[in-house]
Design a protein around this ligand. Structure first.
Ligand code: ZN
Length: 241
């Protein structure tokens, strides 16, 4: 089990931690700011600074096999350095915050899209360069209308916050679950929900900005008909200037 600091504060770029385990798949810490790939959102990259000052580059973050375990996946070619890492050692873990910021902005934008398109979601991918959301629907979508809707919700500067609800509360409100492809994690008694004031409320474990204004200028780059019952919406950041 790794304490997931990003679940309470997505703005944390760095933390001190202790190495818990190390194997061919990656390095596990007792606590981390690194978000593991999941819920459609890409895993974080960054670096671990060891006690002697040497720097281990982390290329990706994944969920481990045991529940709650988070694996920091080293970039290739660091075998000599990895051989010196052992459980119990202290490290400083720091993510590539510029890249994560893009994930947070896109991720929050996909929640806005959910509010604009009232259909179930059956696929989602959030990267630093684009976000795409697949809606289970057969009606056509209008690129211009969606773009204007997103711009309006960004400009309205809605606060974004997470809170925890009980599994019983979620069971009593099944309409909260918008995604057909990602089910909220069960078995811990509580479920994290993401609320954008007056706009969207749904279970989500990802990282988000604190206000829709922080999303900035996003554009709908593409709308595709992926199948008879799937419409894909792709978002990008508007070119600067
Ligand atoms: Zn989310």
């Amino acid at each position: 089990m790794t304490e997931a600091l990003f679940r309470e504060d997505a703005t944390l770029a760095s933390c001190d931690a202790q190495v818990v385990a190390l194997d061919a798949l990656g390095l596990q810490l007792d606590r981390t700011v690194f978000y593991p790939q999941g819920g459609g959102q890409a895993g974080d990259r960054g670096r671990l600074v060891l006690a002697d000052g040497s720097v281990l580059e982390i290329a990706d973050t994944r969920k481990g096999e045991t529940p709650g375990a988070i694996l920091h996946v080293p970039a290739p070619g660091q075998e000599a350095l990895l051989a010196r890492v052992a459980p119990g050692q202290r490290v400083q873990a720091t993510i590539d915050m510029q890249r994560r910021q893009r994930h947070m902005r896109f991720h929050t934008a996909t929640h806005l899209l959910c509010a604009l398109v009232p259909h179930p979601v059956d696929g989602c991918s959030i990267t630093a360069d684009y976000a795409r959301l697949d809606f289970h629907m057969n009606e056509p979508l209008d690129k211009l209308v969606l773009g204007e809707g997103l711009a309006r919700l960004v400009a309205e500067a809605h606060p974004v916050r997470h809170r925890w609800i009980s599994e019983a509360e979620l069971d009593a409100n099944p309409q909260l679950v918008r995604s057909m492809s990602v089910q909220p994690p069960r078995g811990q008694g509580r479920v994290r929900v993401l609320e954008i004031d007056g706009v969207d409320l749904q279970p989500c474990g990802g990282t988000h900005v604190a206000n829709t204004a922080e999303i900035g200028a996003v554009v709908v780059t593409k709308i595709e008909k992926k199948s008879a019952m799937t419409r894909r919406v792709v978002l990008g950041f508007a070119p600067a200037g």
